[in-house]
Design a protein around this ligand. Structure first.
Ligand SMILES: *Cc1c(COP(=O)(O)O)cnc(C)c1O
Length: 391
């Protein structure tokens, strides 16, 4: 179906942060399949894990348990610092993880859900109801009801929405720690902590959508993690980077209450917890830890953002760099992101025009210093070519 724009290239092969097109041209992949390929392409550990699991037991349905499924759930709870009574539901995508979270909010008995302006939570009907962008919602209305979008990063607006009798109708607040699809917009410092306090006081769930930010991307295992590494929320959703390229998502209910919101027969999915996908996710988590790639995302991301912000740019197009770890955006002074992405591709770099004035960089976490540096070196010419196209 014609749901996507015309593809720019046909890709045939990848290795690490490199991909090759059907004409044999090589590109540095600074998008990683939209923050998915944390280990890059064709990583030997991931390839071996998936191959071995497929050759052993590929799929069984949720009438049965498998070792990888259980191990993955336990590993996720460990990484999140999850309290006793926490539960994991495994699924196959980000939108599906957020559908699960949405269903959990309905089980609170409260009919309303708060989300933020600029939010992106997915394209299936429930997740789309949580998504803010009018242009992608409107063709599909009516969407599931009760969702209200609050001003981004505004603690006073949140406090007002959760206050008094009105606040007692709110089942949950759903937030991304860094809004990815809105152009890589981090929540202001202090917002998540305030959201934790305000939702707890009102008896509402705090749902953190870490589909894009989770699993090391921002330089922490989870972007919402506190200084002790623990995520202080009621529900966390994951997908994208978790499977390193295989479709894996997860909804985690943190603690006894959230862990018990969905009971027997209330939710399900045929592929969820599939042992091949679970083995892939376990391999990703293993390599991230073994190779220190989460710390690397933080350190390289910090240096790279500074280097990118410092490039000599006579076009005046580059206004700044924002984001955390290896989830960054070049902020442009004009809505020229599509032209910059085209010029970058011509120069051998895959980047993404995530918003009219923002170019997203979400490379594999295995990106080398040299590879990162090559984009810094190429950026002035890329911006010049984009400015020329504009003129
Ligand atoms: C990509 C994304 C989703 C949707 O994930 P899909 O796997 O595309 O369904 C949901 N939330 C956030 C924050 C995302 O970035």
């Amino acid at each position: 179906m014609g749901t996507y724009g015309a593809p720019q290239r046909v890709l045939v092969r990848g290795e690490g942060a490199w991909v090759w097109d059907a004409d044999g041209r090589r590109y540095l992949d600074l998008l990683a399949g939209i923050a998915v390929n944390a280990l890059g392409h064709a990583h030997p550990v991931l390839t071996a894990a998936v191959t071995a699991q497929m050759a052993t037991l590929g799929h069984v349905s949720n009438f049965f348990a498998t070792g990888p499924q259980v191990a993955l759930a336990e590993r996720l709870l460990e990484l999140l610092g999850a309290p006793e009574g926490s539960r994991v539901f495994l699924c196959s995508s980000g939108t599906e993880a957020n559908e699960g979270a949405f269903k959990m909010t309905r089980r609170t008995g409260r009919p309303e859900v708060l989300a933020l302006e600029g939010a992106f939570h997915g394209r299936s009907m429930g997740a789309l109801a949580l998504t803010a962008k009018q242009a992608i919602r409107e063709p599909f209305e009516p969407l599931p009801g009760g969702v209200r979008h609050l001003p981004f990063g505004d603690v006073d607006a949140l406090a007002a929405a959760l206050d008094g009798d009105a606040g007692q109708r709110v089942g949950a607040l759903v937030v991304e720690p860094v809004q990815g699809e809105a152009g890589v917009r981090p929540l202001p410092p202090g917002y998540l902590a305030a959201a934790r306090e305000l939702t707890a006081a009102a008896g509402a769930l705090l749902v953190v959508d870490e589909v894009q930010t989770g699993v090391g991307r921002t330089g922490r295992w989870f972007a919402a993690a506190g200084p002790d590494g623990r995520v202080d929320a009621d529900v966390v959703t994951l997908a994208k980077g978790l499977g390193g390229g295989l479709p894996v998502g997860a909804v985690v209910g943190l603690g006894e209450g959230p862990g018990a919101l969905l009971g027997a027969g209330q939710h399900g999915t045929t592929f969820g917890g599939n042992p091949v996908c679970a083995a892939a996710a376990l391999a990703v988590l293993h390599v991230l830890e073994r190779d220190g790639l989460v710390e690397r995302a933080r350190d390289l991301g910090t240096r790279w953002a500074a280097d990118l912000a410092g490039v000599d740019d006579p076009t005046g197009l580059l206004a700044g760099v924002r984001g955390e770890g290896l989830l960054l955006a070049l902020e442009l002074s004009r809505p020229a992101a599509p032209a910059v992405a085209r010029a970058a591709l011509e120069a051998g770099f895959v980047v993404n025009a995530v918003a009219p004035s923002a170019v997203r960089l979400a490379p594999p976490l295995v990106l080398t210093d040299e590879q990162a540096g090559s984009f810094v070196a190429a950026l002035p010419a890329v911006l010049a070519a984009a400015a020329q196209e504009e003129a």
